[in-house]
Design a protein around this ligand. Structure first.
Ligand SMILES: C[S@@+](CC[C@H](N)C(=O)[O-])C[C@H]1O[C@@H](n2cnc3c(N)ncnc32)[C@H](O)[C@@H]1O
Length: 393
């Protein structure tokens, strides 16, 4: 194909409404890693928004009017890249150019089978705290390639990390004292979120912080420690052990406990409360404990269906956890962690220690509510057992 034919093909794809994005790859110069382009709606009309990702971590953006989009895309490709991929709802098309600007096109797009996409408003585009740009720790953790392209199978994880960082940002803003922060991530597992937490606090916010990840899997902790060393995160430490055995040597400001299974979440929450952590971020999962305690005949058999009983027990577990945390002096909110269609483990409990002591009457009412609720369902949650001294039960 010649240049005019390629421009016509791009025009046809853009006109069809099936266009999702263009990806430019195989750069001709070392400083540029890759680039992409999307249609975006501005107040002045549609534009093609071009983003180019540089080896120094910067991302350069430029908008071109919709009517010039095919010519600009081709000019951009010829100047800087060897390959252009057009991604549509009806398949993909690969365009390559040789040094004589002769185009080779492999077109798998079936526009007759394509669905229309909606061009997003510019401000609807998600701006992530961690951009989709080369980030060594995310590369070593297998979330993105060295050029900063998030692997398809890790896209949900990438969104989750960014969502988590938004909550961390809000939490950090609320901290009365941001000097010498000490952060624990209990049950950190492969530590995607621990690394992100460190990166955000130390590299983005430039705070003086030390972050500890704890998990009982030795090989996983060794691997994480090795990556931390490789990327130069010298105040990020990993230790292997049960969270019950963690004894911090200093004031603890933030505790994260993400997807700590079943009552491991309670152990983590109880530690955080005993350490007087300012902020607790916990994404509970596998809430089995109360399902095993709730009787089928509770509330006149309302929960006799095992599946419904299990789901009710999950909600009850977290609702009772919020009451216990409130009784311990925290302001708690239960928020959605990531899109509900990504996982059913999408609840995040955010607890921020309040300076005020609960007024006596309010505390009594809350305690009565807690006791009535546990009696009604016939349950005795671990968190209250672990914190009985604080609750004076
Ligand atoms: C589902 S993973 C979650 C990992 C990570 N926090 C995340 O959200 O991606 C749960 C981790 O908790 C660890 N774990 C469970 N109970 C633990 C305990 N009592 N002490 C230390 N680690 C524990 C497991 O080894 C596992 O790596």
């Amino acid at each position: 194909m010649d240049k005019k034919q390629v421009c016509e093909l791009i025009e046809q794809i853009l006109d069809s409404g099936a266009f999702k994005r263009a990806v430019l790859s195989r750069p001709k110069q070392k400083q540029t890693l890759r680039a992409d382009a999307r249609l975006v709606m501005l107040k002045t009309g549609q534009v093609l928004q071009l983003a180019s990702y540089q080896a120094d971590g910067k991302a350069l953006h430029r908008n071109v009017p919709r009517e010039q989009a095919p010519q600009e895309l081709i000019a951009w490709m010829l100047a800087q890249f060897k390959q252009l991929n057009l991604i549509t709802t009806g398949g993909d098309c690969q365009i390559m150019a040789n040094s004589q600007d002769v185009f080779h096109v492999v077109n798998h797009i079936r526009l007759d089978q394509a669905q229309k996409t909606q061009v997003q408003a510019h401000d609807a585009k998600k701006s992530y705290i961690l951009p989709e740009a080369p980030t060594p720790f995310l590369n070593l953790l297998g979330v993105m390639d060295p050029q900063g392209r998030v692997y398809d199978k890790k896209r949900a994880k990438f969104r989750q990390i960014n969502r988590f960082l938004e909550y961390v940002r809000d939490a950090v803003d609320k901290l009365p004292d941001k000097s010498g922060l000490c952060v624990y991530d209990l049950c950190c597992g492969k530590a995607y979120l621990t690394f992100a937490l460190y990166y955000y606090l130390v590299e983005v916010r430039k705070l003086d912080a030390v972050v500890y990840g704890v998990d009982r899997k030795q090989d996983v902790m060794d691997h994480c420690a090795q990556i931390a060393q490789q990327v130069g995160f010298d105040r990020l430490h990993f230790s292997c052990g049960d969270i019950e055995s963690v004894r911090p040597a200093q004031r603890v400001d933030i505790v994260a406990a993400l997807h700590a299974c079943d009552t491991a979440t309670d152990v983590a929450l109880a530690h955080a409360v005993k350490w007087n952590a300012q902020v607790i971020l916990s994404a509970p999962c596998c809430q089995h404990e109360l399902a095993g305690q709730m009787r089928a005949d509770a509330q006149n058999g309302l929960w006799k269906q095992p599946l419904l009983r299990y789901r009710m027990a999950q909600l009850l577990t977290d609702a009772l956890r919020t009451q216990v945390l409130e009784l311990c002096g925290y302001a708690v909110s239960a928020v959605e962690f990531i899109d509900p269609d990504q996982t059913d483990k999408n609840l995040l409990l955010r607890a921020v220690r309040t300076a005020k002591i609960l007024p006596r009457a309010k505390r009594e009412a809350l305690m009565n509510s807690y006791l009535e609720n546990t009696a009604r369902y016939g349950v005795s949650p671990t968190l209250a057992v672990l914190l009985r001294d604080r609750l004076e039960m």
